[in-house]
Design a binder for this molecule. Structure first.
Ligand SMILES: [Zn+2]
Length: 295
């Protein structure tokens, strides 16, 4: 038992040293903006993959995951057209284990895309907005744009750095070092989904998201109507999960309305739209992990 503790402690210290050694100001791969990143994107993707299973498990057990075949097919179909455009932006994301799940939670107006391309879409968006396919594509394009731009990696960097300090201190001062950084990182991956993005990050995701959607064949003018609906549905009620994690940049509507005409050329392009098939095998792998985790 003592050996296990020592190994864990050494692992924690080694990982801590690695993370701190990686501390650096990096350039955003899509926008060129400087970002403070202390967690590698690979580490964020690994943690997010575990967090994804943990977050979906309660819904799966309750029979509230992909329980409406028609809606699931709709969301998957839209996402499958967006992913090739994301890969065109960042070719290395072709190796991401992309996934989208529809969560039956009519009170939650939300959607997200983790580092590494693991996505969720909550049925509250359908209930509150009754969105068109073009508007759904704007939501998912915006979420994918956050992942492409490493916005969650930025937030995780702050979160993990804080938690890591606590972990290392606990190793030195007491017996409470059973919790390893791995689980802390998984928690960070979950927590950061609930932390707001900066307005600058929002502007980036708006701009990239509308372009991804237009190139996938979705009307860029829907970006404006989507946010109008979103503001109306969540603005005054104070229950806007989406609006709390996606604070509106100044003049969002005007910026999107100005971008839309520039995007029409992509939308009206008659060339065939590529589709990225989200393989059934991949979904099964998630469920195997879910079920084995339940035992
Ligand atoms: Zn956002």
């Amino acid at each position: 038992m003592a050996t296990v503790r020592i190994v864990r402690a050494l692992r924690t210290i080694a990982l801590g040293a690695t993370i701190l050694a990686l501390a650096a100001c990096q350039t955003n791969p899509v926008t060129g903006r400087k970002q403070f990143i202390v967690v590698s994107e690979e580490a964020a993707i690994a943690s997010s993959s575990q967090a994804y299973v943990q977050m979906l498990t309660p819904y799966q057990k309750a029979g509230k995951l992909d329980d409406d075949p028609a809606l699931t097919a709709r969301i998957v179909g839209i996402t499958e057209r967006l992913i090739p455009q994301a890969i065109a932006y960042r070719p290395e994301t072709a190796s991401w284990k992309w996934s989208v799940k529809v969560i039956d939670d009519p009170k939650t107006i939300n959607a997200w895309c983790m580092a590494g391309g693991k996505m969720a879409f909550y049925t509250g968006l359908i209930v509150a907005l009754n969105p068109t396919d073009d508007e759904i594509a704007q939501v998912m394009g915006h979420e994918i744009a956050h992942a492409l731009s490493k916005h969650q990696v930025e937030k995780m960097s702050r979160q993990v750095a804080t938690q890591l300090g606590v972990q290392v201190l606990s190793i030195i001062t007491g017996p409470q070092y059973g919790q390893i950084v791995g689980s802390a990182a998984t928690q960070a991956a979950q927590v950061t989904l609930t932390l707001p993005n900066s307005r600058q990050a929002e502007s980036e995701a708006d701009r990239i998201g509308i372009e991804l959607a237009a190139k996938a064949g979705y009307d860029p003018r829907a970006a404006v109507t989507l946010w109008q609906k979103m503001a109306k549905a969540t603005g005054s009620a104070g229950k806007g999960d989406f609006m709390s994690t996606h604070p509106a940049p100044e003049k969002r509507m005007e910026a999107l309305a100005a971008l839309a005409p520039q995007m029409m050329q992509f939308y009206e392009n008659k060339a065939p739209r590529p589709v990225f098939r989200l393989r059934a095998a991949l979904d099964q792998a998630v469920f195997i992990a879910l079920n084995s985790g339940a035992r």
